[in-house]
Design a protein around this ligand. Structure first.
Ligand SMILES: *Cc1c(COP(=O)(O)O)cnc(C)c1O
Length: 418
């Protein structure tokens, strides 16, 4: 029998209490894990100062933003809407930087309020110049190489539209001159779930960009630190990937006299393993001898889309008051009328089914899907099949659950229809 996976932090008693008080499906965040992750990011090795940001698109609930702000993290926003959301949560505009595929209509007002912009295209740089001639700006570069778990999370290289292609430096310089702008930051983010070695290699390449822009005082290396969700997957050790980066900053200073400040802005690293999705087994079916045994949960792509689109692997545990003596190979599926709503795809291939060995399931068993903190609640087709948005709960440091987002009512789904 395969080694039984235990939930990371959500024990049987707490899970039952949460389910009884708030219902299922429900996202359960762990304050202790969030705080430990923030401390690890704030300890990122650096030579001449560090600003650590939380890439809030990973999980934008105000309770999480506030907790991280309290710990000392700043914010990376991916849209004007995220900027507003962070400000509504009480984050000061000066602590927010915007790196977006689409600039907001009210960019001028947000810049007046004090946010920082990393221009992610030549047109964005031009727009900034028109709004803030003589201003200071960051430049997001596509360094020509990327690293991501797959082609959907890789955001560097020629097939990625993120950032200004590294060969367009002359055009960047022209725009800086045209609007008397100062480039004070170089920004790169090459992808999520990066191989630490590729991350390191690309991070070093960025010094070539810093060399091109004599007024740059900050190098932002983005996020993308791989987190292992499954027991056999490794997580990035920030102390290990950070050390050679720190040395590179020191070498650059020795050579040029420029002491560059480091920025990092992880999303996944901060939240991925700090949330468990708690659900219930609502049916168990079989397709016969040559088929499969299926567990149907009262959750699925409506709360966790990553398995369906990336073939992402998440630990799945059944919580049973008396554990079944026997186990079975199950395909675990969600509750949508959609064959792609599977929670056990083949690793990296959402087109293929895989099975998991689990204790024999009974309708009514609770099920914990771990690693559901990043791009889970934040990224779902939640209203498909008209399922209301699930509740979110935070366990405080004494393991007491606190509601941080109530479950949506059914009528709220169609509230905007006229
Ligand atoms: C998404 C994003 C991040 C965070 O990526 P993770 O892989 O979640 O760490 C950081 N910076 C930018 C610009 C991003 O778009």
């Amino acid at each position: 029998m395969a080694q039984k996976i235990q939930p990371r932090f959500l024990d049987f008693t707490t899970a039952h209490a949460v389910a009884e008080d708030f219902g299922t499906p429900v996202y359960v965040y762990d304050q202790k894990t969030l705080e430990a992750n923030a401390a690890a990011v704030l300890a990122f090795p650096n030579a001449f100062g560090l600003t650590a940001r939380y890439a809030m698109k990973a999980s934008p609930n105000a309770a999480i933003l506030k907790l991280f702000a309290q710990a000392g993290l700043h914010i990376d926003a991916s849209s004007g809407h995220e900027v507003h959301r962070a400000m509504a949560a009480g984050i000061a505009a000066e602590k927010i930087s915007l790196s977006a595929q689409e600039l907001p209509e009210d960019l001028g007002e947000l810049l007046d309020a004090g946010i920082q912009l990393n221009a992610c295209s030549l047109a964005q740089l031009e727009r900034f110049g028109q709004l803030k001639p003589g201003g200071e700006v960051g430049i997001r570069i596509n360094p020509g190489a990327g690293s991501g778990g797959n082609n959907r999370t890789n955001v560097g290289g020629p097939s990625s539209s993120f950032g200004i292609w590294y060969e367009w430096i002359p055009q960047i310089k022209e725009l800086l001159a045209k609007y008397s702008l100062t480039a004070v930051r170089i920004h790169t983010h090459i992808g999520s779930g990066s191989d630490p070695e590729v991350w390191l290699k690309v991070s070093k390449m960025n010094f070539e960009m810093v060399r091109q822009f004599p007024d740059v005082v900050t190098l932002n290396l983005g996020g993308g630190f791989k987190v292992g969700r499954m027991p056999d997957e490794k997580s990035t050790d920030l102390q290990i990937v950070g050390q050679p980066i720190k040395e590179k900053f020191e070498e650059f200073a020795a050579e040029t006299g420029r002491k560059i400040r480091l920025e990092v802005e992880p999303g996944t690293f901060l939240v991925a393993n700090a949330c468990a999705l708690l659900s219930k087994v609502q049916d168990v079916v079989s397709t016969g001898e040559a088929g499969y045994d299926f567990i149907k949960l009262n959750t699925g792509m409506t709360e966790l889309l990553r398995p369906s689109i990336y073939g992402a692997q998440h630990p799945i545990c059944l919580l049973q008051s008396e554990e079944s003596a026997s186990s079975k190979e199950y395909v675990v599926v969600g509750h949508c009328c959609e064959s792609g709503d599977i929670l056990t795809p083949a690793p990296g291939d959402p087109e293929l089914l895989a099975t998991r060995e689990l204790p024999e399931a009974t309708i009514g068993d609770y099920c914990v899907i771990d690693g559901s903190g990043a791009y889970a609640s934040a990224m779902t087709p939640k209203h498909y099949n008209s399922y209301p948005e699930a509740a979110e709960v935070m366990l405080d440091t004494s393991n007491a659950p606190r509601l941080i987002r109530r479950r949506q009512t059914l009528a709220e789904i169609w509230a905007n229809e006229v």
